[in-house]
Ligand binder design. Structure first.
Ligand SMILES: Cc1cc2nc3c(=O)[nH]c(=O)nc-3n(C[C@H](O)[C@H](O)[C@H](O)COP(=O)(O)OP(=O)(O)OC[C@H]3O[C@@H](n4cnc5c(N)ncnc54)[C@H](O)[C@@H]3O)c2cc1C
Length: 367
């Protein structure tokens, strides 16, 4: 293996062959590296990411640890069979337990505040009401919890409450997992964008021509997969989020979904609120893998904050950002064998906090 502009010594030192290379250091990629190394402590494992730290969705999300709201589950049922919807609830619940048990609640600021779905349209709310007993029966069968959903109000708004949901700090989640990977001897190459891969020989080549060889490969590039594997149909979807400056009397505590989950918000500590979503307002423009702020969506969320949340006058945005999600044609992620020793684990849409670690673990089991 020859790389241009390298010395003989560098080639000896850096052109090592690995047992497993993972492309993508988000929650899925880090988890697959971690669980593989737990199983095979002697294995040489390398994680490669194009960013200075992971730059996709895992450190840019809202930190909702959720398994499904009444509105989301009922609208899924219009498109998918009950078996698929039930399996996804189970996967999300078990995925969150795995995440919390592996990383520890205090390390990721996990808070079991519960999740609210709030409505301003009474007819939308009433349409779903009869489904609550059925969904509670499902939950009892699937996760062994009774009375998961309750009908209620939050600040006078019609609501459904899911008592088993929570929230966490996405930055701490990734940092804790990264530290665990480092401690177990996993190697990292940051700022290394992979431009080409041969899924038969498992040779990967970076944009600067560096070559890495591995016996096995896991591709965990989520929204950006299509650039490496054009045959895979995962569409990017940009998500926008902002956090407010501190406010005197915050009234919203917990995680909240509005308008079928297109808008979401949560408290961050006792004084700030995070608000995100609104992709449905300008869907085509948000089908992109470019980071950036869509001013139309920002304005929509600001109006929502004033009109629906009734944030105190003079509230301000402290920080705003975007992240990129990966959407498959169905709502389910892809866990596929691309070639004999090459596995794809990607396409987690807006549910990756719950699903990412378990997907990574499943990918590592396939190696
Ligand atoms: C704004 C926003 C809010 C969200 N909120 C929530 C939420 O509250 N709850 C929830 O469950 N989910 C949420 N999600 C979704 C969740 O964050 C994702 O599903 C999950 O993080 C996906 O993890 P991943 O590791 O598969 O992908 P990513 O975190 O995107 O990781 C992919 C990695 O691959 C790297 N990469 C890509 N291409 C290459 C290449 N060619 N070479 C090298 N490296 C490459 C990228 O740099 C990136 O670090 C949200 C997403 C966004 C964007």
């Amino acid at each position: 293996m020859n790389t241009p502009n390298r010395s003989y010594w560098e080639n000896e030192l850096y052109n090592l062959t690995y047992d497993l290379i993972i492309i993508g250091a988000g929650l899925t990629g880090l988890s697959s590296a971690y669980f593989y190394k737990q199983k095979y402590p002697e294995a040489k494992v390398l994680v490669i990411d194009r960013g200075f730290f992971p730059i996709g969705a895992s450190t840019r999300n809202a930190g909702f640890a959720c398994i499904g709201s009444v509105g989301e589950l009922i609208s899924d049922l219009e498109l998918e069979s009950a078996e698929i919807v039930k399996q996804r609830i189970k996967d999300r619940y078990e995925g969150l337990l795995l995440l919390r048990n592996t990383l520890g609640d205090s390390n990721i600021d996990y808070e079991p505040e519960g999740g609210w779905e709030v409505f301003d349209d009474e007819s939308e709310f009433l349409k779903l009401k009869d489904s609550v007993p059925m969904l509670n029966d499902w939950m009892e069968d699937l996760i062994g919890e009774t009375e998961v959903f309750k009908v209620g109000t939050y600040l006078g708004k019609h609501s459904y409450f899911n008592r088993v949901e929570g929230m966490l700090h996405p930055g701490k989640m990734i940092r804790t997992l990264h530290e665990k990977c480092l401690k177990s001897g996993i190697e990292f190459r940051w700022n290394t964008k992979i431009e080409e891969l041969d899924s038969i020989s498992n040779l990967v080549i970076s944009e600067h021509g560096h070559k890495f060889q591995s016996k096995n490969l896991i591709i965990a590039t989520n929204a950006f997969t299509n650039k490496l594997l054009p045959q895979i149909n995962i569409k990017p979807g940009r998500g926008y989020v902002f956090i407010t400056k501190e406010m005197p009397a915050l009234e919203w505590f917990g995680t909240f979904h509005y308008n079928k989950g297109y808008v979401y918000f949560r408290n961050v500590g006792d004084t700030r609120i995070l608000i995100g979503g609104g992709r449905n307002i300008n869907y085509d423009a948000e089908t992109t893998s470019e980071f950036g702020v869509n001013e139309t969506i920002k304005e929509y969320l600001i109006n929502f904050s004033n009109d629906f949340l009734k944030l105190p006058q003079g509230w301000e945005i402290e920080q705003e950002w975007s992240g990129i999600m990966g959407f498959t044609e169905s709502k389910s992620y892809l866990l596929e064998q691309i070639d004999e020793n090459c596995i794809l684990a990607a396409g987690l849409s807006g549910m990756g906090v719950a699903l990412g670690m378990n997907l990574g673990k499943k990918a590592s089991d396939l190696v």
